[in-house]
Design a protein around this ligand. Structure first.
Ligand SMILES: NC(=O)c1ccc[n+]([C@@H]2O[C@H](COP(=O)([O-])OP(=O)(O)OC[C@H]3O[C@@H](n4cnc5c(N)ncnc54)[C@H](O)[C@@H]3O)[C@@H](O)[C@H]2O)c1
Ligand SMILES: O=C(O)[C@H](O)COP(=O)(O)O
Length: 348
């Protein structure tokens, strides 16, 4: 692949300092401007060759059309739902992410939420801080022997499965791409969602946010679940329909929810966050030193590779696809390809 000239990069969020350092070591001028308002971003972006974001910067069609020189949008993290990949692709802008950098951290937070839900740890800790000693109110239930349904058996789903199996949970799941033969090797029995819903004591979702995953858990699907099912969303707000979740919590059809992500972040509607059976975090799945170091470093190295015309790992646009060798892996969902693949772009 021909080298692409990237002389300036704007980093619009808090990204590990290694990212800036690596880019600068390679002769790229870097500007860090976190927390810009939309208007400021649109004014700032116009002359940059590259943009590095996390999940908070909404790189929509307006931002893309205001960017006259942009050649790459680097997502230091996994989900690219905050980037209008189609609009970028139409303009020949490469969108790339760092899909494995925060897998372990997101899986570990998911497990922490599952454990907290089973033993009411956050509520008990808060009660202690308020001066109480209430042993009855926080009676829990063991995870041992319970059924965990994992919807989305990609990187994070797989890591969650192995960790929760060590607690003695039976892990069942559903994924339209990862085959039952593969997941059987990780101890996850695959089945249809219709079969899965009524069996689960806990459900955790690990799909990307796409039209087909919006509202995977909704009024209709909650009604098919065991009464008192507990749910975790460490993937994206909206995969569990928020209004339906609130209704299910109020009717006790849902016995508790662990939420790291929300449709609107931070959520202006506080009903879920304030519900006594909800434990929540401000989108902390990737917020570990290790994950941030990996994602910051990976995205910088991928940009440098592009400048040098080397192979591109993690590029998710169709840019130049016809002229390069591509290999599909069961790695990342690419909405516009309608199937899951990771494209390795190689020099030709
Ligand atoms: N909370 C956080 O900070 C945090 C951190 C990392 C990732 N995430 C989110 O988690 C998501 C999953 O990450 P990953 O690394 O495991 O991605 P991945 O691409 O490895 O796995 C996603 C899996 O979902 C499957 N899938 C797609 N549509 C589905 C459907 N309708 N039903 C069931 N499965 C479906 C895919 O086939 C794939 O196997 C990311 O897209 C991102 O939005 C959140
Ligand atoms: O998709 C992701 O990588 C996670 O949601 C993390 O997002 P963040 O980089 O904004 O923490």
């Amino acid at each position: 692949m021909a080298p692409i000239s990237i002389q300036t990069v704007l980093i619009s969020e808090s990204v590990d300092p290694r990212c800036k350092a690596i880019l600068e070591e390679n002769g790229i001028r870097v500007t860090e401007k976190p927390n810009m308002k939309r208007d400021e971003l649109m004014a700032e972006i116009k002359d940059y060759d590259g943009l590095v974001v996390r999940s908070a910067t909404k790189v929509n069609a307006d931002v893309i059309s205001a960017a006259h020189n942009l050649k790459i949008i680097g997502r230091a993290g996994t989900g690219v739902d905050n980037v209008d990949v189609d609009a970028a692709t139409k303009k020949g802008i490469i969108v790339m992410n760092t899909p494995s950098g925060n897998t372990i951290s997101a899986a570990e937070l998911t497990c922490a939420l599952l454990m907290s839900l089973s033993r009411n740890v956050p509520q008990a800790a808060m009660s202690m801080k308020q001066g109480n000693w209430d042993r009855k109110k926080f009676m829990g239930a063991e995870l041992y022997g319970k059924v965990l349904g994992i919807v989305g058996l990609g990187r994070i789903g797989k890591e969650v499965a192995s960790r929760m199996q060590s607690f003695g949970m039976r892990t069942i799941g559903y994924d339209p791409i990862t085959t039952p033969e593969v997941t059987a090797g990780w101890g996850v029995e695959q089945m249809s969602l219709e079969q899965l819903w009524p069996q689960c004591d806990y459900i955790t979702v690990h799909t990307p946010l796409m039209p087909s995953t919006v509202g995977l858990l909704c009024d209709e699907t909650f009604a098919k679940c065991k009464k008192g099912v507990k749910v975790v969303n460490c993937a994206r707000g909206g995969i569990i329909d928020e209004a339906a979740l609130l209704r299910a919590l109020e009717s006790r059809q849902c016995g508790g929810a662990g939420l790291d992500v929300f449709v609107e972040e931070p959520p202006k509607n506080r009903s879920l966050v304030e519900h006594p059976n909800v434990i929540s975090c401000p989108h902390l799945g990737a917020s570990t030193k290790e994950a941030q170091a990996r994602c910051g470093e990976d995205i910088a190295l991928q940009i440098v590779d592009m400048v040098k015309g080397k192979s591109l790992v993690g590029a998710v646009t169709l840019f130049c696809l016809s002229s390069i060798r591509q290999e599909a892996y069961h790695d990342i969902a690419i909405p516009q390809l309608k199937y899951k693949a990771k494209i390795y772009m190689h020099a030709v």
